[in-house]
Design a protein around this ligand. Sequence first.
Ligand SMILES: C[S@@+](CC[C@H](N)C(=O)[O-])C[C@H]1O[C@@H](n2cnc3c(N)ncnc32)[C@H](O)[C@@H]1O
Length: 212
Amino acid sequence: MVADLDRDRVAAAYGRWAPIYDVVFGPVFSQGRRAAVAAAERIGGRILEVGVGTGLSLGQYAASDRIVGIDISEPMLGKARQRVQRLGLKNIETIAVMDAERLEFPDAAFDVVVAQYVVTAVPNPEKALDEFVRVVKPGGEIVLTSRVGAETGLRGVLEKWLMPVTSRLGWRTEFPWKRYEEWAARSPVRLLERRALPPLGHFWLIRFGKDQ
Ligand SMILES: C[S@@+](CC[C@H](N)C(=O)[O-])C[C@H]1O[C@@H](n2cnc3c(N)ncnc32)[C@H](O)[C@@H]1O
């Protein structure tokens, strides 16, 4: 699959978003973030949040979890670190710059991998998903909130048409469910859940379980 996003351009785009990210994208995605954290909490333990951004979810994890947050954008992580300090969070193990497609962790290092509104922002989503599977323990879960494209109809046409604009802003609008299906069919995972998230149902909560 040819990458339609460029990693450095995505990192630069989120560097520009960082100062205003929470105001623009805080409330609109808040229900999805809560749903993802609730799903992760059913397992708990050592949790990797990929594309943690400004850390909007960090305060929602249980005190007993150990959270590792990574992101490609240092300015976004700067905001996350400030949040950790401000909220006095003691369950944050590390916040580090890292590429979702090249995770610097050993195999089976985490109980859960969470990626909220991230898969459609990385240049090679399937490569990132492969990395999520690699670092999660057998029996663990991958919890995603993700845009899923319309594929057909007016929304499908609009999403294709908007791609050149949104790729400069740092994400894809066009991302058919078929890509998740095809990836899952060749990976050691099974689909546990997928459901549309409010407010508009354009984003889904998706859970994959890693085979034992
Ligand atoms: C739409 S934001 C979501 C941020 C956060 N998860 C939230 O819910 O607000 C996408 C995040 O993914 C990060 N990102 C994009 N490409 C990445 C990559 N290849 N590796 C790690 N993080 C990446 C961006 O820097 C940005 O912080």
